[in-house]
Write a protein that binds this ligand. Structure first.
Ligand code: DHB
Ligand code: FE
Length: 288
């Protein structure tokens, strides 16, 4: 049986990718941010899963505003790194896990969630920056990401976006799907995006440390309470792009305590401001 052993939560700022790719991680502006992920890179090496189920959002890169799936699961064998305007990041292509992804699609759709099936997709900073933060940068030209990834894209770019409650319930369905897969696989589920930030309009640059830290607290101890928070509260309190945080509830909903198990263990918590226009938050939870 496949099982979810841990969840990882992290922001995904594009400038973090640029800092890594341009060798700026030791500059005074960036050093405290990357310091917060040193633990995580070691933890990832020590607890390497067989697959990462990676919840992220596309930023009108693979999906244009012509077609906007609310939830899309990647069932491809591999994913190219997207060109977001400056050429693709110099990181490896992402290897998929088509067999488990197809099983999850079957199970989750039969649990009444309407997923879009994606057989070809270029992945943008929403997916590659979390991978870089957790797995490090290519030290050599033959570097490959250490794990296959099932990309799961959520629309948080164009309204209407899914509610927190629906995201939490979807996470529970994903957990059931993974646990009904025959092969004995160790799976991590990641929730990415956020934290507070607004990239446009008169409130551009908005950061709300109080909201962000209360969100981290509730992600640990009260995900059901957080799921009841309406999307307008995220936008008001955490900025227009702060709505990316609802994606964290998908990963959190897949953790064991929401299926009657013990509370997860908090192995790492980190918060840092600023990174570009964004507050960066990061959590690692392990199922007991
Ligand atoms: C920025 C872009 C993002 O997609 C995001 O989630 C955070 C920050 C940016 O351009 O700074
Ligand atoms: Fe984003």
């Amino acid at each position: 049986m496949a099982r979810i052993t841990a969840s990882v939560f992290t922001s995904h700022v594009p400038a973090i990718g640029a800092a890594l790719d341009l060798g700026k991680t030791h500059e005074p502006y960036w050093q405290p941010l990357f310091q917060g992920y040193e633990f995580s890179k070691q933890w990832m090496k020590d607890n390497k899963p067989d697959v990462v189920f990676l919840v992220f959002n596309d930023h009108a890169t693979a999906f244009s505003l012509e077609m906007i799936p609310t939830f899309a699961i990647g069932t491809a064998a591999e994913y190219a790194v997207a060109d977001e305007g400056w050429g693709p990041r110099p990181v490896p292509k992402v290897i998929g896990q088509p067999d488990l992804a197809s099983h999850i699609a079957q199970s989750v759709i039969q649990q009444d969630f309407d997923l879009t099936i994606v057989n070809k997709m270029d992945v943008d900073h929403g997916l590659t920056v979390p991978l870089s933060l957790m797995c490090g940068q290519p030290p050599a030209s033959n570097f490959a990401w250490p794990v296959p990834v099932i990309p799961f894209a959520v629309n948080v770019v164009q309204y209407p976006v899914p509610s927190g409650q629906r995201c939490l319930n979807l996470g529970k369905a994903i957990r059931k799907a993974i646990e009904s897969y025959d092969e004995d696989l160790n799976v991590h589920i990641w929730g990415t995006g956020g934290m507070s930030h607004q990239l446009q309009g008169p409130r551009a640059g908005l950061i709300n440390r109080e909201f962000d830290n209360a969100f981290l607290d509730r992600m640990i101890a009260d995900p059901e309470g957080q799921a009841a928070v309406p999307h307008i509260d995220y936008v008001r309190e955490a900025g227009s792009e702060g709505i990316e945080l609802v994606m964290w509830l998908i990963a959190r909903g897949a953790m064991g305590d929401l299926a009657g198990g013990p509370a997860p263990k908090v192995v790492h918590r980190f918060y840092h401001v600023p990174a570009s226009n964004t507050a960066v938050g990061h959590l690692i939870l392990e199922n007991s």
